[in-house]
Design a protein around this ligand. Structure first.
Ligand SMILES: CC(C)(COP(=O)(O)OP(=O)(O)OC[C@H]1O[C@@H](n2cnc3c(N)ncnc32)[C@H](O)[C@@H]1OP(=O)(O)O)[C@@H](O)C(=O)NCCC(=O)NCCS
Length: 229
């Protein structure tokens, strides 16, 4: 039960279709389960990504810090119509994507974070996020900005996205780009993969979310981070 003031602080909600889980065989032969995360999994994710907010490489710091705040905002009912998808490999968190519905027709892409590198985990999860907006939330377009050169290469160049500079993206930085339904369906055969349904025993491996081995990240970073993990 929430009081009157708390009710005023909370955003109104749009009904959102669920994202059906899928599995993807990665380039190294491992299977990644991609599924929707729930609010009660936020704390587990925050614990895992908090140390990465100190990783001053490839823009991991800013992306993790903003993702941390967005997930906390979702849990505390301070962000409107947010969703989060996770990728897990053997139950370990391999990556996270999130976004929200601006309104029925327009989606806002927030962040993509790969915690397992070198096998396009981030690319697959970003594709799942676009799939969610276009095919399940049935939106007309998604507004996107990149915060890193790798992100720019993965989204703007690979799809390719178009500019929509008249839109001020919520992340507040560079002018927006857009994924339209047309762009999505043209890119889909190249970039959107996965198998459904996910067998129950495979899906079960993704609960609860477990911390990945961050050693591969550690090799890239300073001692200060090592002390915090
Ligand atoms: C952007 C991001 C999601 C892409 O994830 P991804 O598709 O899984 O790609 P990776 O990060 O594994 O690899 C990207 C590039 O880094 C390099 N790379 C790959 N494995 C690496 C490793 N183990 N260590 C360091 N660099 C590596 C490669 O050059 C690779 O490029 P290529 O595959 O196009 O040749 C991911 O790099 C990430 O989380 N970055 C930090 C946050 C960020 O920038 N998010 C996007 C904001 S727009």
């Amino acid at each position: 039960m929430i009081d009157e003031l708390e009710a005023m602080l909370r955003p109104p909600v749009l009904e959102m279709a669920p994202y059906p889980p899928k599995s993807i065989v990665l380039a190294n032969g491992q299977t990644m389960v991609v599924r929707q995360a729930s609010i009660d999994e936020v704390d587990a994710m925050l614990r895992i990504i908090q140390p990465v907010t100190w990783l001053n490489r490839d823009f991991y710091d800013i992306v993790s810090a903003r993702l941390f705040a967005e997930l906390l905002g979702w849990k505390k009912y301070r962000v409107r119509n947010e969703y989060c998808l996770v990728g897990t490999v053997n139950g370990e968190l391999a990556g996270i994507v999130n976004g929200r519905m601006f309104d029925e027709q327009h989606g806002v892409s927030y962040h993509t974070l790969a915690l397992k590198r070198g096998v396009r985990v981030g690319a697959h999860l970003f594709a799942a996020k676009m799939e969610h907006h276009i095919e399940y939330l049935k939106q007309d377009e998604v507004w996107i900005v990149a915060e890193s050169p790798i992100g720019h290469r993965r989204w703007m160049i690979e799809y390719p996205l178009q500019t929509k500079f008249e839109v001020q993206h919520e992340l507040g930085g560079a002018p927006s780009w857009v994924l339209t339904r047309d762009t999505y369906f043209k890119a889909k055969p190249r970039l959107v993969t996965g198998t459904r349904p996910v067998p129950p025993e495979l899906l079960a491996t993704s609960y609860p979310i477990r911390e990945p081995d961050l050693q591969t990240m550690l090799v890239q970073i300073e001692d200060t981070l090592e002390a915090r993990i």
